[in-house]
Design a protein around this ligand. Structure first.
Ligand code: 5GP
Ligand code: MN
Length: 339
């Protein structure tokens, strides 16, 4: 992956001349969001920069093993502190999102109005216009993969320490579903090889990320598949819908439904999967596609105020769960030729 040389030169001098740097990622941060934030934080700290991570809300506990020691400001809780930092920063790195509103209501205005240079490092399609310098590659497996190339372009391969390598590996591993999609690319594996050479223990990371479920989370997974999976063989689609009450019964914690939508695609002949979860004031939708002819990024943008990638996207709806079900089933039936 080659990054624009002028942009790299420009960013080098911006970093050298900066006093305050902020790093922000999206609301409901996933492993790629957290991994890229920590990887970049460690790089800038090594350069002795004054840098703060603003995490809009807490990250899933399966990331505790590598993320608990890193200081973070919780945007939805320490809102004033986070917004003051955004407003007084010289540079804001925006990681793993490309629409300002994705940082959440508490911080989006401060991010938008900040006079800082906004640098995007990301792998989603169609970035908004609010970013000043973009390192955005929709063909990359993950934001951490783009970040690795960014650090290499600025300071060379040797600047990536073991801790940075681990953070980068976690983003690649999780955003590709353990190397099962978005990674038909020799360059990604060459990078992974370098990360392993830096000391990353892929087996240990896998154990921490995938084999640390709480009992409730595993039972919620079983319940979702046994009782809540709705399959439309004729339309090659399937979805799972979980109500607020069902999530409460299984003591839902952030991250507990991570990966659940993918089970829809385990079915032979099913190309479109969806997970609907009823949250406190909002309904969240996750979409997955098995065929690149059905673009769930476009689907999420068109119908569900969302976005993402061709084969993985998400969106939201404010209103009743019943209305979501009616609308989604109608969409599944009308889209049958595309799916
Ligand atoms: P997930 O289903 O894992 O929450 O999200 C899948 C992908 O879609 C991620 O890359 C995520 O960044 C993107 N995504 C999820 N929710 C939203 C949303 O509400 N808006 C946009 N623009 N992207 C989303
Ligand atoms: Mn990502």
């Amino acid at each position: 992956m080659t990054l624009n040389e002028n942009d790299i030169k420009n960013v080098k001098s911006l970093i050298a001349n900066s006093k305050n740097i902020a790093i922000i990622t999206h609301f409901n941060p996933d492993a790629d969001a957290v991994g890229s934030s920590i990887g970049l934080y460690l790089y800038l700290k090594a350069k002795r920069k004054n840098v703060n991570i603003i995490m809009p809300n807490p990250f899933p506990s399966f990331l505790d093993f590598f993320a608990t020691d890193i200081p973070m400001i919780l945007g939805y809780k320490e809102t004033k502190k986070a917004n003051d930092l955004l407003l007084k920063s010289d540079i804001i790195f925006c990681l793993d999102f490309n629409m300002i509103h994705r940082v959440g209501n508490a911080n989006k205005d401060a991010l938008l109005n900040s006079p800082a240079t906004k640098i995007l490092i990301d792998h989603h399609q169609l970035p908004e216009k609010h970013f000043n310098i973009l390192f955005s590659n929709p063909n990359a497996s993950s934001t951490t993969e783009v970040l690795a190339h960014f650090i290499k372009a600025l300071s060379g391969k040797r600047a990536i320490t073991f801790e940075m390598a681990q953070a980068i590996y976690i983003g690649i591993c999780t955003d590709t579903g353990s190397f099962s999609y978005n990674c038909n690319n020799a360059e990604t594996y060459a990078l992974v090889s370098d990360l392993i050479a830096k000391g990353v223990k892929a087996d240990m990371v896998h154990q921490e990320v995938y084999n640390t479920f709480s009992e409730n989370r595993l039972r919620l997974l079983g319940y979702s598949i046994a009782e809540k999976l709705k399959v439309f063989p004729k339309y090659q689609a399937a979805y799972i819908c979980l109500t607020k009450e069902e999530l409460r019964q299984y003591h839902f914690q952030p991250g507990d439904t991570e990966g659940l939508v993918n089970y829809c695609l385990n079915l032979k002949g099913i190309n479109f999967g969806c997970l609907i979860t009823e949250r406190d004031r909002i309904i969240r939708l996750s979409f997955r596609s098995k065929v690149n002819t059905f673009d769930v990024n476009q689907f999420a943008r068109k119908y569900w105020d969302g976005g993402g990638h061709i084969m993985a996207s998400g969106g939201t709806y404010q209103g009743k769960l019943e209305d979501v079900i009616i609308a989604l089933e109608k969409q599944i039936k009308t889209l049958k030729d595309e799916i």
